[in-house]
Design a protein around this ligand. Structure first.
Ligand code: GLU
Length: 429
């Protein structure tokens, strides 16, 4: 495969949209799968709407998703003189003209502009349908289509993968390449991402920026995997493919030419898969970060069996944020208590008598481990001639406030003897 030189060209006028993230991912895949180059160009010609905080966030999100770029980003805002001199050279050659302060490119009617789109196939446009193109606006700033071509030509970009919303720009850009005497790159336009209801993905459908998914506790591997599949079909029938492997399997000819629907439930499922598969030790720092963001009370140097907590619950969550309510009871005694479970398992006199019977035995256990606790509970159930569940349910409610969760004896072992006894005792009195 020929090495492809591609670029991602965000405008820092807002946060990184899922659609733009997908564009970045595909350009990165094209570069990495072909041993080419992935360049970054900041399209900050709109000095009013472009903001540093958006740029910072975009770069951070790209890195978070696992994308690295080659060399330093280039900034269009620093190249206005170049665009102007290029536009003036076209005026001198009679291909463009001045209109007040503006410079416009003359579109010659009666021609056909044609190219083979990498995704959609042949696209042809009659120049009758294109009006003269602004190169430099009357406020002195360059127009997108023009600086895009000046830069892509200079950077020797070979392939441009971008959203379908740019299809109407491409014939104009091809005419600029012609005017400069350069061969245009290959273009591929990706169908837009639709919301579940079939309309263009927007705020109404929930989160549309990468940041929102990051905050919601999605793993970058999962989001990247999901976005790639909204535009590409892998050669094998698989759903879980991480970026490095996708780069090995990628080819443009397997990119989809139909619009993809964004399915939040599918993304969540995929995220759950990634959380489950993640090594517990690697999950711990993510869990700690998420809980800290969620306002959990723990000190940075606090001794706690984080691996056990992560390991016990990673099979039960779909996002990192879902950990919070499930593990809250590990962090404080005043955790919320499910009302129905409390009535059913803690209120009855019989439950309290059983817990009271367990307390001294738990206190006397030589080793406070899950197997030892389990053996104790089974022996106690036998001697009381009740099902072991009659002891497990009230204990679970007393120590965690929840009717469901990870295995009770594992939970107790993580909580530690002192905490368990304290919580049982306050439900006896
Ligand atoms: N700044 C443009 C955008 O964000 C770039 C389009 C292109 O890739 O040419 O849509």
């Amino acid at each position: 495969m020929q090495p492809m030189t591609v670029r991602f060209a965000p405008s820092p006028t807002g946060f990184l949209h899922l659609g733009s993230a997908r564009t970045a991912l595909f350009n990165w895949l094209a570069a990495r799968s072909s041993g080419g180059r992935f360049l970054l160009r900041v399209e900050d010609t709109d000095k009013v709407r472009s903001e540093q905080r958006f740029l910072d966030e975009i770069l951070e999100d790209l890195g978070w998703l696992g994308l690295d770029w080659d060399g330093e980003p280039i900034f269009q805002s620093r190249r206005f003189d170049l665009y102007r001199s290029k536009a003036e050279s076209l005026v001198e050659r009679g291909l463009a003209y001045r209109d007040g302060e503006a410079i416009l490119f003359r579109i010659v009617p009666g021609r056909k502009v044609a190219y083979d789109d990498l995704i959609h196939g042949r696209i042809e446009v009659e120049t009758e349908h294109i009006k003269d193109q602004v190169l430099i606006k009357s406020d002195g700033s360059p127009a997108y289509n023009f600086c895009c071509v000046v830069d892509d030509a200079e950077l020797q970009v070979t392939h441009i993968l971008r959203g379908d919303d740019h299809i109407s720009n491409t014939p104009k850009q091809i005419l600029f390449y012609e005017a400069f005497g350069f061969a245009p790159p290959r273009f591929g336009h990706m169908p837009l991402i639709l919301g579940p209801d079939g309309s263009k993905l927007s705020k109404r459908h929930g989160g549309v920026s990468v940041t929102e998914y990051k905050e919601e506790g999605f793993l970058p591997e999962a989001l990247a995997n999901y976005l790639i599949f909204l535009g590409w079909t892998p050669p094998e029938d698989r759903e879980i493919i991480e970026l490095p492997e996708a780069a090995r399997l990628f080819s443009i000819d397997r990119m989809n030419d139909v619009q993809a629907k964004f399915d939040p439930a599918k993304l969540k499922w995929m995220n759950g898969e990634y959380i489950m598969r993640k090594g517990t030790a690697a999950l711990v720092p993510l869990l700690r970060d998420q809980l800290r963001r969620d306002g959990f009370p723990f000190a940075a140097d606090e001794e706690r069996d984080w691996e056990a907590i992560a390991g016990l619950y990673k099979i039960r969550v779909k996002t990192l944020r879902e950990f919070g309510p499930m593990v809250e009871f590990f962090f404080r005694d005043d955790f919320p208590v499910e009302e129905e479970g409390r009535k059913k398992h803690l209120e009855p006199e019989a439950s309290r008598v059983r817990l009271a019977g367990l307390v001294p035995k738990i206190a006397a256990l030589p080793e406070f481990t899950a197997p030892a606790l389990e053996a104790l509970y089974r022996a106690e159930a036998e001697s009381l001639a009740v099902k072991v569940a009659e002891l497990i349910h009230p204990t679970r409610m007393a120590v965690s406030g929840r009717t469901k969760g990870a295995g009770l004896f594992e939970i107790m072992a993580v909580l530690g003897r002192e905490t368990v006894l304290r919580r049982l005792q306050r439900n006896i009195a």
